[in-house]
Design a protein around this ligand. Structure first.
Ligand SMILES: C[S@@+](CC[C@H](N)C(=O)[O-])C[C@H]1O[C@@H](n2cnc3c(N)ncnc32)[C@H](O)[C@@H]1O
Length: 263
């Protein structure tokens, strides 16, 4: 047993195979482990790494039609009750625990405010899988990314010469939780907004990383104006390739040439 401490880790997108050595080492030392896994395989992996830890789920805090923000606050409170007890609390989320995931960040913030040690470890997110499966490299295209509802409801601007990734398109506009599919009434609005920067025929990719090892990712290419609810799931991430060539910033380039000449 260690001092009261919180370690927030991610199990990666695959059910097995993407847990880092560092995260595994913390799981081994944990007194209490929280998870939001809805698959028994991940629970079995956690308990095989540390059979003596108290293993608890946070998934019961979700409720049909319940605002996700309420669930996240309940998760943070549950985690904090554990952090205040002696020993090490390890909290596991799927993917990267800090990517599009509020409870881990907030639990760390509150733990530190109360004087406890707390840290987050990096992990494999859906975006990391997307880079690998779609062969993307920011160095070539540049990269922008938004949460889909944030992009829709706020005055976000795009540069259509760089690659765009939108998260949570399968829940766009719906801030509540659903066991199955989400209310996608806002999806046509999202398409309408994207049409400000991209032509209707621009090919976009609805991407779902494989959660089982040695399985193929679901990569569905559709013209932007045909992006509809029937091709999107709660797991989908939207990848939008550049639609325009990048423009050179001539004034900066010329100034750089003058400066580098003088060296
Ligand atoms: C609440 S966020 C969690 C992200 C997660 N923390 C991560 O690191 O990838 C849920 C969103 O992640 C993306 N996502 C989750 N699983 C995915 C998968 N298997 N393939 C592609 N995107 C996925 C989708 O955009 C989904 O709406």
């Amino acid at each position: 047993m260690t001092d009261e401490r919180l370690v927030v880790i991610g199990t990666g997108i695959r059910l097995v195979g993407q847990l880092t050595v560092e995260s595994t080492a913390w799981i081994k030392c944990a007194d209490r482990i929280f998870h939001i896994a809805d698959d028994p395989l991940i629970v079995a992996v956690l308990s095989s790494i540390n059979p003596s830890a108290e293993l608890s789920t946070l998934t019961h805090l979700y409720g049909e039609n319940k605002p996700r923000a309420e669930t996240y606050e309940a998760m943070v409170q549950t985690i904090m009750e554990s952090v205040r007890k002696p020993g090490l609390t390890v909290c596991t989320f799927y993917g990267h625990p800090g990517v599009m995931a509020y409870p881990g960040h907030e639990s760390i913030r509150r733990s530190r405010l109360e004087g406890f040690k707390a840290m987050m470890l990096p992990a494999v997110s859906a975006e990391d899988c997307l880079f690998a499966d779609l062969g993307l490299d920011h160095a070539m295209t540049g990269y922008q990314t938004y949460e889909a509802t944030d992009f829709l409801w706020n005055d976000r601007r795009l540069d259509s010469s760089s690659h765009l990734v939108l998260w949570q398109i399968g829940a766009v506009g719906d801030l509540t939780f659903h066991e199955g599919e989400y209310n996608l009434a806002a999806l046509p609005l999202l398409v309408e907004k994207l049409l400000r920067w991209y032509p209707p025929s621009h090919e976009v990719i609805v991407y779902e990383a494989a959660v089982m090892i040695d399985c193929e990712a679901h990569i569905r290419k559709v013209p932007l104006n045909e992006l509809r609810a029937d091709v999107v799931s709660a797991r989908s991430t939207l990848s939008v390739p550049p639609a325009a060539a990048v423009k050179v910033d001539h004034s900066m380039y010329e100034r750089y040439k003058v400066l580098s000449h003088g060296r």
